[in-house]
Design a protein around this ligand. Structure first.
Ligand SMILES: NC(=O)c1ccc[n+]([C@@H]2O[C@H](COP(=O)([O-])OP(=O)(O)OC[C@H]3O[C@@H](n4cnc5c(N)ncnc54)[C@H](OP(=O)(O)O)[C@@H]3O)[C@@H](O)[C@H]2O)c1
Length: 345
């Protein structure tokens, strides 16, 4: 990173900068760690090679996956992104913005197109994306709304697909309902007609009710897990309930999909509970499964259609400037977020 000039590490005002067309400002990190590893630097602007589109970022979405990559936790993520240090020094996955150039062989995109998608390194003024992971963004959807959608929206959609058929009156519980994934799960489940119970912190109950949840439990009270609940479906996004606890609140033929939960301290995979669930499930009448979401263009296209039709919303809690990436990350990790956080240049 010798060629990168430090601009500043924090602050809310736009930075005066005279970079030419071959450079851009980007959030960067050279080592794994907490939010203090993030710096705001000037670096080379990428060039679009074959199959790639170069996008001027209008907004970039922040999600827990980006935190995991920054922290290098659980350790297994380093196998994919660099054992000693991150191979790609620019964090961020989700983006929305305007195409500025396309590489050879790209069809369906041209300079000036409004797009959204996923690509490594979205916390920058420009991001290079694989054209297969980008979709057109209709007028009327803001950069912020669009940038908050790809990872959390697709994870929510795939969790519900994995849970199987949802219909009118399906009794469902969503843990971690106030977060990025949860806020989309609740909205999508309501579109299917499910009866949604949701769990979150006490001060976020109004927010979760506003997503459409029929019953909202304060997670401190343990209400969602007490009594004789018998949910047809549990989408388990946070809180780490044990397998026994999940089984106790499921109907005899209920289905639980474990999406995640933060495991305190270093861990190898962070997925022990998920793996135990998958191992015991074949011996049960109940179904326990885990989700590993993948970016599929058709999922994103479907989500954008729902958003365009006014049926789905990214609920943006707070918008930070790129130069405030540390503060944004701290805000996410503190568990303060209702819905999503986005960064804008
Ligand atoms: N399987 C996959 O493919 C996949 C994909 C994306 C994300 N994930 C995982 O899914 C989880 C949620 O992601 P996200 O992006 O929605 O995160 P997020 O936006 O940070 O939301 C998570 C929510 O969980 C709640 N929470 C935090 N600590 C908790 C605890 N100890 N007990 C109960 N609830 C707690 C918080 O809300 P309250 O304060 O309201 O409780 C928080 O807002 C993460 O672990 C992430 O790594 C998995």
């Amino acid at each position: 990173m010798e060629n990168q000039r430090k601009i500043r590490t924090t602050g809310s005002e736009p930075v005066a900068n005279d970079h030419g067309p071959s450079t851009m400002r980007a959030v960067m990190y050279r080592r794994y760690g907490g939010p203090d590893v993030l710096e705001f630097l000037e670096t080379a602007k990428p060039e679009p090679g074959p199959g790639k589109v170069l996008v001027r970022v209008g907004a970039a979405g922040l999600d827990r996956g980006t935190w995991h990559l920054m922290a290098g936790e659980p350790r297994a993520v380093r196998l994919a992104v660099g054992m000693r240090a991150p191979r790609n020094p620019v964090p961020g996955i989700d983006f929305a913005g305007e195409v500025v150039a396309v590489g050879a062989g790209v069809v369906g995109f041209a300079a000036g197109d409004r797009v959204l998608g996923v690509a490594a390194g979205s916390f920058a003024e420009c991001v290079l994306a694989d054209a297969r992971k980008v979709v057109q963004l209709p007028e009327g959807i803001t950069w912020e709304q669009a940038a908050a959608l790809p990872t959390s929206g697709a994870t929510a959609l795939q969790a519900l697909q994995k849970a199987g058929a949802l219909g009118t009156g399906t009794r469902m519980l969503v843990t971690g309902a106030s977060g990025g994934v949860g806020s989309f799960v609740v909205q999508l489940a309501k579109l299917h007609g499910a009866h949604v119970s949701a769990e979150c912190s006490a001060h976020k109950t109004d927010f979760v009710a506003s997503l459409g949840a029929d019953v909202v439990y304060d997670r401190a009270g343990g209400g969602a897990f007490s009594g004789d609940a018998a949910y047809d479906v549990v989408i388990d996004i946070a809180g780490n309930p044990s397998i026994a606890t999940l089984r106790r609140i499921l109907a005899t033929d209920g289905r639980a999909v474990i999406v995640g939960a933060e495991v305190p301290g270093p861990s190898l995979t962070g997925m022990n509970r998920q793996m135990r669930a998958v191992l015991v499930s074949p011996f049960l009448r109940q179904s326990l499964s885990m989700l590993v979401s993948v970016n599929k263009k058709q999922d994103l296209t479907g989500l954008v259609e729902l958003m365009s039709a006014g049926k789905l919303e990214s609920r943006i809690d707070k918008t930070f400037r790129l130069g405030e990436a540390r503060e944004a990350m701290e805000y996410l990790v503190a568990g303060s977020v209702c819905g999503k956080v986005v960064l804008v240049p």
